[in-house]
Structures are given as C-alpha cells and as structure tokens.
Design a protein around this ligand. Structure first.
Ligand SMILES: [Zn+2]
Length: 462
C-alpha cells in the first residue's frame, strides 16, 4: 500500500469511528431462575460501556451483590451497600476506582430473592416495575432493573438497551423468553442478540405458538384465532414496509401474563417492551372483529408500536428524541389507520385528538425546544403527530415517506435535528421556500398550537 493510500485509509477509519454514535453495551453471562423458591442468580460481564463521568449503576433492591470485578478479575469496592440511595425500583451503586468515569468493562455477580404469589395470595399492587413470580411464570421487565442498568446523571438518561449473549437456566419451569429472541423450551438455553434490546425476561411453565418468526406466548388460543392474529400482524408490518420501502425486521411477541394483584373481572392491564406486548386477561377473540380483523383501535395501537421497528434506538438521542421516537411513530399510526380502517376512522381519530388539547395546554415551538422534557406526553403523542399530519396534507404522503426514509438513513450515524428534516424535505423535491413557509407557521411560530388545530379542523371536520 502506498503511503498516501495508507493515510487515506486511516482518515476514513477515523471518520467511521466518530460517526458511530450509538455504541451499544453488551451483556454476557448466566442467569439461574428457581421458580419454586423465587431465587435468581446472575453473573454478568458488561462491555462497551460508554465513557460517562457522572453515573450510577442501578440494580433492583431485591438483588444482593456478591461482588463487582474489573476486567483483570480484581475486586472493585463500591458505594451504595451502606446508606445507598434508591432510584425507582433500584439501589444506586458507584464504583471506587482510580478514575471518576465508569469503566468500559465490568463484572458483577449477585443473587435476588423474591416472594411468590400463588393460589389465593396477592400483592396489594402490580405494575411493570415488579419482579413477579406467580407460581407459573416469572416476569421481570427492564423497568425492574433485574439486570444492571446504567444511569447517566448529567443527561438524565437511562441506558437499558443492550446487545446480549445470555445463558439462562430454569428450575421448576419449561420455557424461557428474553425480549428480541424466540422463546425456547428446555432447562438451559442460550440467547444471543446483536441488536440492542430492553431485557424483558419471561420464564416459567407455558407454551407458545409461532408464525413467520412472530410469537404468542402463554395463552390457550385456537389454531384458527392464532392464524387470524398473525395475519393481522403481517398486514400492519407489510403496510409499513411497503409504504416506507424499508424491510420490517423485528419479530413481534405477544405475551399473556398474569398480574400478582387481585384485579376486577374483565379488567386488562398491558405494557410493552418493544417488540414485546404483554397483556393480562388477554382475549384475542376480543381483539378481532367479526371479520377476523383487528378492531380499528387495535390497528392504530399496533400501527404505532410497530412503527418503532423504524423509530427505535436509532433516534434515542438529542433533545428532540421524543419527537423522532414517538411523534413519528404516532404519525405512522394515522397512515395505517387510513389505509386499513378507512378515511372516516382517520377523520374521527384526528378530530378526537384535536379535542383532547385543552385551552390551557401550553407547548414550546419545536424550534425553541431546549431539553427533552420540553416535549411532554401530550406534545409527543398528540400535537406533534398532528403537525406531521399537516405537513403530509400540504406536501403529500409520497414526499413524507421519502423524508422519513432519508431521516432514518441519517439516524443510524447521527443525532437527528430539525435541519436534517429540512434538508431531507428539500432532497425529496419540496421547494426551500415552501418548507420555510410551513416552518414559519407550524414549527417555529409562537401560535403553532392554534395553527395546527385550525388546519386539522379545516381539513377533517367535515
Ligand atoms: Zn411509542
């Protein structure tokens, strides 16, 4: 290789290194679950941890640490065992190392003990943050911090999506599932994911059905019903992938779980840890209408959720994270609703959304947003998606899909900004002036809320 070429290679390599914005933490190790005693043993190596100065390692308060070790197998002392602070469901730990930064590699071993609620024994409450043994299954979501979650204090950011290589064994159970991998039967199974996932763990005595890589776990379901459910899933997936022109890669997991508190008959409680959706008292027949199709609200619900196949970890940075991550997915759900449920349902939905914005609700114009919390839940799930709808109404769905495609390409290397949106719009064929006129009315205008409402009402109230 000529010296000059060598230099070029080095420069390209350096550019590549800097453009990888989302190095993922990897977690490798073993998990042992005992369904009869409620014990969990974990032994993990975390690697590729980003360089964070002010950090906390969060671990569920029911977990007792045996030790932290460094990459040379030496013990690391730590703060948090005595007088530790709690943070949600977890205790906060920091390591007593030479530097203030969190090490890039870390070994931790711990054991947890949890109550089992079975027969007629109930907890006073249940929610996503509980490690729940009910005699049949164990449910532990990312929110429980059953595995070490890193908290970046300065940026107020939880890092809980990891690539993984986990060997999980179970005593007193038949089946193990970890988010993002197919469930497996057997006492011990290995699960590997090169895509970062939030580690929902669901293990115990249950069966599952599969179709085209999608799964339904822990429910008695007839072949016929499962076929219908899977076909609805495929319809939504292929609508998204055809319209955006990008393959839908995630497999979908529907889990029926049982709450550990006493619940009113017929009540249902669901949560999602994308691409897994969990429901109590899951009745698939109720999800379907007489023609075997998801009811309209379910189409829109899953339309939004499946949109996270595209707007997921890749847009998980920057002050506009909620706009890219939730408003775009919600906007996609409008399109799914229009395509699969019809224009009337879309109209009804948009008008309902507009009506849920109250006079006293105040929002900061998107261009003036300074921090993530400026985009609250009404902003990200209602107002901003309606703004994107106004954009589509002005420039057309084709152009919008082009823009989304271009934004997604960018999102894998950098933090998305409004400038990216503008550049992508111009690239899609929208005139600079036309974009700026829209910007002035809906993105940077003090009265952008009223302008959005007015525009939606004008277009959809009849
Ligand atoms: Zn969402």
């Amino acid at each position: 290789m000529k010296k000059n070429n060598f230099k070029k290679v080095i420069i390209i390599w350096a550019l590549l290194m800097f453009s990888i914005g989302y190095a993922q933490i990897n977690i490798k190790g073993t998990v042992e679950i005992d369904m009869n005693s409620g014990l969990i043993n974990c032994d993990f190596d975390l690697s590729n941890i980003p360089k964070i100065e002010e950090y906390r390692i969060l671990l569920n308060k029911g977990m007792n640490i045996k030790y932290f070790k460094d990459d040379k197998n030496q013990l690391i002392s730590y703060n948090g065992h005595h007088n530790g602070n709690t943070n949600g469901e977890a205790i906060e730990y920091t390591l007593r190392t030479d530097t203030t930064y969190i090490p890039s590699k870390l070994h931790v071993t711990y054991r947890g003990a949890f109550p089992i609620y079975k027969n007629d024994e109930f907890s006073a409450f249940d929610y996503k943050g509980i490690i729940a043994f009910n005699g049949e299954t164990l449910r532990a979501t990312e929110q429980t911090k059953w595995y070490p979650v890193i908290y970046d204090v300065t940026n107020d950011r939880l890092i809980n999506s990891y690539t993984y290589d986990l060997t999980i064994s179970i005593k007193g159970g038949t089946t193990i599932f970890i988010n993002g991998s197919a469930p497996k039967k057997g006492k011990t199974s290995r699960f590997v994911s090169k895509k970062a996932q939030r580690l929902l763990l669901f293990a115990g005595n249950y069966d599952f059905v599969e179709s085209n890589g999608n799964y339904i776990l822990n429910t008695k379901i007839t072949k016929e019903t499962s076929k219908k459910v899977f076909s609805n899933i495929e319809i939504i997936k292929s609508n998204l992938s055809n319209k955006l022109g990008i393959v839908f890669t995630d497999k979908i997991y529907l889990v029926s779980h049982k709450a550990i508190n006493k619940r009113k008959k017929g009540s249902s409680w669901g949560f999602n840890t994308y691409p897994t959706f969990a429901f109590t008292a899951l009745n698939f027949d109720k999800m379907l209408d007489d023609e075997g199709q998801f009811t309209n609200n379910n189409v829109r619900y899953f339309g939004h959720e499946f949109g996270h196949n595209y707007f997921g970890n890749n847009v998980n940075s920057g002050k506009l994270k909620w706009f890219w991550g939730e408003s775009f997915t919600e906007y996609l759900s409008y399109n799914i609703a229009e395509d699969l449920c019809g224009k009337d349902f879309l109209k009804e939905t948009l008008i309902k959304q507009v009506k849920s914005i109250n006079e006293e609700d105040t929002f900061i114009a998107l261009s003036e947003v300074k921090k993530r919390s400026d985009i609250g839940s009404k902003y990200r799930y209602i107002l901003a998606p309606l703004m994107l709808k106004c954009f589509e109404d002005r420039f057309g769905r084709d152009k919008m899909n082009h823009i989304i495609k271009s934004l997604l390409e960018l999102s894998y290397d950098e933090t998305l900004t409004l400038e990216h949106w503008k550049q992508s719009a111009i690239k899609s064929g929208i005139k600079k002036d036309a974009f700026e006129a829209f910007e002035k009315e809906f993105i940077s205008n003090k009265n952008f809320k009223q302008n959005i409402i007015k525009e939606i009402v004008k277009n959809y109230s009849k």
